[in-house]
Design a protein around this ligand. Sequence first.
Ligand code: GLU
Length: 509
Amino acid sequence: MSQKVRVRFAPSPTGPLHIGGVRTALYNYLFARQHGGEMILRIEDTDSQRFVPGAEQYINESLAWLGIKIDEGVSEGGAYGPYKQSERRDIYREHVKMLLDNDKAYIAFDTPEELDAKRQEVANFQYDASTRLSMRNSLSLSKEEVDQLIANGEKYVVRFKIEPGRDVVVNDLIRGKVTINSSVLDDKVLYKSADDLPTYHLANIVDDHLMLVSHVIRGEEWLPSAPLHVLLYEAFGWADTMPAFVHLPLLLKPDGKGKLSKRDGDRLGFPVFPLEWHDPKSGEISSGYRESGYLPEAVVNFLALLGWNPGDDTEIMSMDDLIAKFSLDHCSKSGAKFDFEKGKWFNHKYIQEVDNALLAEMFKPILVEKGVAVENYSDEYIIRAVSMVKDRVNFVRDLWDVTSFLFVAPVEYDEKSVKKRWKEDTPALMTELVEVLRGLEDFSCAAAEPAVLGWITEKGYHMGNVMNAFRLTVVGECKGPHMFDITELLGKEETVKRVLAGVENIKKD
Ligand code: GLU
């Protein structure tokens, strides 16, 4: 690649960033890093009607959480700013003038009512070469009339003057050549005098050009705009430096039928946003991956594989692995099914990888939420608790279900286990066990296990009966990690207390 790779992620702050947008940002990032290029974050806020407060901050926080680092942007600065479109009005005005001066665009005064009337009158009306002369614009009116209308303060838009009958070719690095005839395109509005702002199309092209963007990597939903963008590049005389286009496949519903939507997430119980989102207008809260207990590395890995594969069956890949392996050649054209069960699987895998001390830190707020006085436990205790059971969970939150007995002694005992394991002679056996436990100098797993098992064997007791009853008193059910790892962590005093409490409280009716 001769040209320096410069990509941009260009979200509009119209709400929370959807998980599909996050994937777009990720692919841009992987591509930029792999080529030693730069990644720009441009805020496309030209649609003042759809602006949502907090959305920009949400975008920044999401990217930071996922480890997608921006080289140039509103917070980072850079040589090609401002990076927020609402701060680039002068630049757009100047470029609108360039198009008008070169007869590539024209001024149109048609009011929304006039346009509606026209649509009523003419079936499938399109504002284009075949109709523009019948409308109120600088092509049908004299220069004096146009100047007068502007002087009178009449609102106008600037429309792109599209030449009909031309095959427009979009070279897409995933899809190959996509050709469409310019006659099907309408004379798109590029600028509105009412708010002195350009529309998405103009601002997007001008900025990509001025910011020296080499590759436009974005969602498939923007493919229909691409021919217009190609024509705009030509109209400005920038065809030689036009960026390469890359339109990523859609994210589909889990069953593959249609585009993934927020409703699918609500319906099937998985987040479609990276972070929890509090809608400032409706107050509605939408769940996020972060708050649902996903690790950012797991989300990155999961998203990377929605529409791309490394060419073999490797699944677990760190950000660095992904940067090394990513390639547009292995991006698919067809939509990617959003398999959220796979997302859980990735999280499970990453929980196994995470340092136990870090996992313990993540678990602490949940312990607090459950009413555990965490200050009474050493870090070592919590670390050992999570390390004992993490292979059983998909989420940090799930750690509570499998470790709660290490923080709260059982007050109830699993009924089925009691029925099966608590025999007539069990209380006596447990009382005897307490004596054995009390007599142990060393309560570590390594010392306690052979001692207790030796006692059972020596006495000729039934191994299963004794051990299951023992577990029932300590854990409250006949499940859990290795028994002597548990007792080592709880310590002698607590273990003995629990066995005695079991003898006292477990009653078989
Ligand atoms: N502002 C557009 C969006 O919200 C950007 C599309 C593009 O990347 O060109 O996705």
